[in-house]
Design a protein around this ligand. Sequence first.
Ligand code: FES
Ligand code: FES
Length: 141
Amino acid sequence: FQTKRLYHEKVIDHYSNPRNVGSLDKALQDVGTGLVGAPACGDVMRLQIQVDEETGVIKDVKFKTFGCGSAIASSSYVTELVKGKTLEEALAIKNTAIAKELSLPPVKLHCSMLAEDAIKSAVKDYRSKRVVKKPTLGPEA
Ligand code: FES
Ligand code: FES
């Protein structure tokens, strides 16, 4: 009796032992939160980064994914990838690289897309918080 091998072993590894699961306080100034959904299936992924303000390096990352095995594996893998990277480097991560590492089949490509989108969304949120609040100028300034 042989079951069809639906998932690559790396997916199973990340799925059964996901890295960096959890939450960061999204109210913190150095935390960026990305929340994305996959229109194809309705799965949802939340990914948060905490950034070293001086170096711009991602020092912590957490995720929570309500979705399929490939989506969980993709987010787990991507948290390993971005930790210790700069925001620019994190933005350069392509879903194709995730899909390749995890050997995702074509039908599961959108799961890795979710991880790429989640990173982009987290960086965007972090940056939107960085917008320097100019000191309010008096009426005569
Ligand atoms: Fe059901 Fe992704 S489609 S979990
Ligand atoms: Fe939709 Fe995996 S099936 S994220």
